[in-house]
Design a binder for this molecule. Structure first.
Ligand code: NAP
Ligand code: HSE
Length: 438
């Protein structure tokens, strides 16, 4: 590229937020400025940064005058072309993004909560003003999965997505699996490592993963899928015994975000699942994320990397900034806007078909297994495996694996089992995924 292409007005960025991700974006632009500018075809500079606390020590050399705590100083600066929203939260962030778009600025964000709640409104505003709205970092941090779905696999009908999209829970399940520690110890370890927040609800109850899979399902199936559409179960009920027994059966337990295109509608769910140890996602450990995508043309693909953290997330944000900057230089709106051109129904969870693992505590005496088998049979649930584990004080632990069963039938069987005097407790029920079931 000749130097004449590097001239012209710089593309000016307004950063909203200079926390973990904002700092990463600032550092990455400093470190790779010449590479970034050569690829964009002109200078790229940060013109203003919105923060709350002007006096905070950020461990960065920020030019005097760059920081402000007045949002209008950034959003209303006519020279700023791209607003990068990294303050987090929903209402205020959406308000700032709407203002930026209405003023003709393109927006880059890492904010899954805002995209999951206000995506429709934000896309409409972006389209009305011919601006770009980029959100690669909002799902799976450094893994470029949104661009893959929107561009690289655009010619495919996407059949299914299965993702480990929450690093905190994957770290916890990995520690539980490798060290046999219990849930509470694993949570403390995740908090000590800085993965889990003081209030870990969003991660461990699956809400963070649900917001991410809602975004991915919307893109994959060209229909709006919201957080409320996602069936969610977290990992707080997973015990060390479940992990041990799953391993003995040839499985590992992962928190999965699942989106499937079926003839009865779209399945979209987040829950722990037993995955065969041979499945590519089973090897994704610690705080890593991975997204497994099956398209009708490409077949099976998998994308792996760090789902959070300063520099991995900044990597995704910077790629979006560069897309927006290139579009700006070429005077094209240049976004692949909202692709939700269809309205698809969401399949009821009661209709979902899965194999299931069950752990029961039962009375240890003759005839108990027969009674339990009868309940399953009466409800059209076929059993593949029944194993009796520990027996303590005349109470036995039973581990059962069903064949594929409609969830509704399994729920009826569980309701009847709860009424059986010989069943002391249904300790856990975990779906089995990744064996080619529908
Ligand atoms: P963070 O460390 O808490 O930083 C937030 C920044 O925004 C801070 O600089 C803060 O200013 C500023 N801010 C917050 N509210 C503000 C307000 N009302 N007015 C002005 N400034 C305000 O957050 P983060 O971890 O960087 O996350 C940013 C976004 O990226 C979130 O949407 C998050 O979900 C997403 N994300 C984060 C990660 C990650 O690994 N951290 C990964 C993927 C996506 P002060 O510094 O002055 O307090
Ligand atoms: N809390 C998330 C995780 C990272 O543990 O993966 C931000 O989305």
């Amino acid at each position: 590229m000749g130097d004449e292409n590097m001239s012209g007005k710089p593309i000016y960025i307004g950063l909203l937020g200079l926390g973990t991700v904002g700092r990463g974006v600032f550092r990455l632009l400093q470190a790779n400025k010449s590479l970034i500018e050569r690829k964009v075809g002109g200078p790229v500079d940060i013109k203003k940064i919105l923060v709350r606390d002007l006096a905070k020590n950020r461990g960065l050399q920020v030019e005097p005058g760059l920081l402000t705590n007045d949002p209008e100083a950034v959003l209303n600066d006519p020279e700023i072309d791209i607003i990068v929203e990294l303050i987090g939260g929903t209402g205020l962030a959406a308000d700032y993004v709407l203002k930026a778009l209405s003023r003709g600025k393109s927006v880059v964000t890492a904010n899954k909560d805002m995209m999951a709640e206000y995506g429709k409104k934000l896309f409409a505003e972006a389209e009305a003003h011919n601006c770009g709205l980029f959100f690669e970092a909002s799902v799976a941090g450094g893994i470029p999965i949104i661009k893959v779905l929107k561009q690289s696999l655009a010619g495919n009908r996407i059949l299914q997505i299965m993702g480990i999209v929450n690093g905190t829970t994957n770290y916890m399940l990995t520690r539980m699996s490798k060290e046999g520690i219990d849930f509470a110890t694993a949570l403390r370890a995740a908090q000590e490592q800085g993965y889990a927040e003081a209030d870990p609800t969003n991660d461990i109850e699956g809400y963070d993963a649900a917001r991410k899979i809602a975004i991915l399902a919307s893109i994959a199936f060209n229909t709006r899928v919201s957080f409320q559409d996602v069936y969610v179960e977290g990992i707080s009920n997973i015990a060390a015994e479940d992990i041990t027994y799953a391993r003995e059966l040839g499985y590992t337990i992962k928190l999965l975000g699942i989106a499937k295109d079926t003839s009865q509608g779209i399945e979209v769910r987040v829950h722990p699942a037993l995955l065969p140890v041979t499945h590519p996602l089973a090897a994704v450990n610690d705080a890593f994320n991975a997204v497994f995508v099956q398209g009708d043309a490409v077949g099976e693909t998998m994308f792996y990397g760090r789902g959070a953290g300063e520099m991995p997330t900044a990597s995704a944000v910077m790629a979006d900034i560069m897309d927006a900057a290139r579009n700006f230089r070429h005077h094209v709106p240049g976004m692949i806007g909202c692709t939700c051109y269809e309205t698809r129904s969401i399949k009821s969870m009661a209709q979902v078909v899965n194999k299931n693992y069950l752990r029961l505590k039962v009375v240890d005496k003759p005839g108990v297994l027969a009674q339990i088998a009868q309940v399953f049979g009466d409800n059209n649930v076929s059993l593949a495996t029944v194993i009796q584990k520990e027996t303590v004080n005349k109470k036995a632990e039973l581990v059962l694996v069903t064949h594929d069963v409609v969830e509704q039938s399994l729920r009826s069987a569980l309701a009847s089992l709860e009424l059986l005097p010989v069943v002391e407790k249904i300790c856990n029920v975990i779906r089995v995924e990744g064996e080619g079931n529908s």
